[in-house]
Design a protein around this ligand. Sequence first.
Ligand SMILES: NC(=O)c1ccc[n+]([C@@H]2O[C@H](COP(=O)([O-])OP(=O)(O)OC[C@H]3O[C@@H](n4cnc5c(N)ncnc54)[C@H](OP(=O)(O)O)[C@@H]3O)[C@@H](O)[C@H]2O)c1
Length: 234
Amino acid sequence: MSGDDRRPRALVTGGSSGIGAAVVAALAADGWSVLAVGRDLGRLDAVAAAAGGDVVPVVADLADDADLVRLADRVGPAPLDALVHAAGVIALAPVADVEPADLDAQWRVNLRAPFLLTRALLPALRAAPGDVVFVNSGAGLRANAGWSGYAASKFGLRALADALRAEERTHGVRVTSVYPGRTDTPMQRQVFAAEARRYDPSGLVPPEAVAAHVLAALATARPACVPDVEVRPV
Ligand SMILES: NC(=O)c1ccc[n+]([C@@H]2O[C@H](COP(=O)([O-])OP(=O)(O)OC[C@H]3O[C@@H](n4cnc5c(N)ncnc54)[C@H](OP(=O)(O)O)[C@@H]3O)[C@@H](O)[C@H]2O)c1
């Protein structure tokens, strides 16, 4: 929460689905003012309506540089208490078969957009001072066969988080990487399909459980911080 009387303000990418939508709902329930980012206004409106509270949908394609600039302008210089990067895409293939377009999409959405958006919003984050939360993946810690492109983007995201944490500590900006295991979301349905398995959500992490750890990191009393959190199925 913010250190003064104003309502804390967050921007959540991937706010239209899965883990990001669960973070939006949890923040709204906790009294935050939330900008929820995605490409589809209808999906964002549905998340905002379900969440209640102060949730403002913002349409932006994170793979588009002009949209990244517009998004940062929309946030403006006012203090930003939390920037949660939850948007992500996945395309599984062995290195021998990787399509360049799939590689580029994962690099742009999973790593380049968090990089550039964080850079653009640092003045607002320092003004709070706020938290940056990167929703990483177990694939950001271990790279398995078939996961090269996605894992490379997530290993890179971990590097971004670690360097940013070291750089921004003097400004009071905290940085957390959250590493979910397999979580019950549309992305995980896509993974099961790629693995030619029937979707079975039992045994998967609920997105709300990941969101709870994001909020716990944000609520951690300063000057403590939570650098890394793993949330895995039992
Ligand atoms: N599910 C898992 O098992 C799992 C495990 C570990 C880590 N993760 C990570 O958790 C994060 C959330 O994943 P999820 O499982 O919740 O996936 P999801 O349900 O498929 O949601 C993905 C989100 O990313 C947004 N997005 C994708 N491409 C975008 C673009 N070009 N511009 C703007 N937004 C874009 C989507 O918005 P649109 O409405 O625009 O499509 C959607 O809100 C990702 O970073 C993922 O890598 C997931």
